[in-house]
Design a protein around this ligand. Structure first.
Ligand SMILES: Nc1ncnc2c1ncn2[C@@H]1O[C@H](COP(=O)(O)OP(=O)(O)OP(=O)(O)O)[C@@H](O)[C@H]1O
Ligand SMILES: [Mg+2]
Length: 191
């Protein structure tokens, strides 16, 4: 199995001394190339589960594996896209993507790294906005930069936590469609 979540339990220690069981007995198997959506009410544990697949947090019981390897910490094979963009405001769209590519592909020639950056700018339809800084972009455009940046470093797994939650329903619907298409065309596994 590409990703396996096996009998996960997550217990949070509360400041008052109590415990809160956020997840219990969770199993999830993800095949390569699958596009998985976690659906549930607010507080049911979607972000908690995603964080454990990302390696940002550890389960109290059970294990999460990627290609058979236990996930214990974050890594460039799993890119996370959050709701709040997390772009560098003083860098352009192109520079934000290039920074990630340069840091992960240090050994590759500059021409190759540049080609990857440009390819991903096109992939999310931001060619006309490539030289803008995040402050000059709409919410949907900012989130497309975050997705392009995540995909540009060719992760095995793309993890998105309500990436379009801050957008209006129409934009959200459009971007969800586009994201699914991009993932399908590029054989990206996404949660
Ligand atoms: N650090 C923590 N300490 C204690 N409880 C926590 C902590 N983090 C999350 N929880 C609790 O665990 C439960 C699951 O939270 P989580 O953020 O995973 O929910 P969610 O499904 O992502 O909700 P939403 O749709 O609102 O984002 C919630 O009841 C939350 O209060
Ligand atoms: Mg959440």
């Amino acid at each position: 199995m590409f990703v396996a979540v096996d009998q996960i339990e997550k217990v949070f220690e509360l400041t008052g001394g109590g415990k809160y069981i956020a997840l219990k007995g969770i199993d999830l198997q993800i095949k390569k190339g699958e596009f998985i959506s976690l659906i549930g009410h607010s507080g049911c544990g979607k972000s908690t589960l995603l964080n454990m697949i990302a390696g940002l947090d550890l389960p109290t019981e059970g294990i999460v594996t990627l290609e058979g390897q236990r996930i214990t910490k974050p890594g460039p094979d799993r890119m996370v896209v959050f709701q709040n963009y997390s772009l560098l405001p003083w860098r352009t769209v192109r520079e934000n993507i290039a920074l990630a590519v340069d840091s992960v592909m240090k050994g590759s020639p500059a021409a190759e790294r540049n080609a990857i950056v440009e390819k991903h700018i096109n992939m999310v339809g931001l060619r006309p906005h490539a030289d803008k800084q995040p402050g000059m972009l709409s919410g949907g455009q900012k989130q497309r930069v975050a997705i392009a940046r995540a995909l540009a470093i060719r992760p095995k797994l793309l993890l998105l936590d309500e990436p379009f939650g801050a957008l209006d329903a129409l934009t959200r619907g459009n971007l969800q469609e586009q994201l699914m298409q991009i993932c399908e065309e590029n054989e990206v596994t996404a949660v």
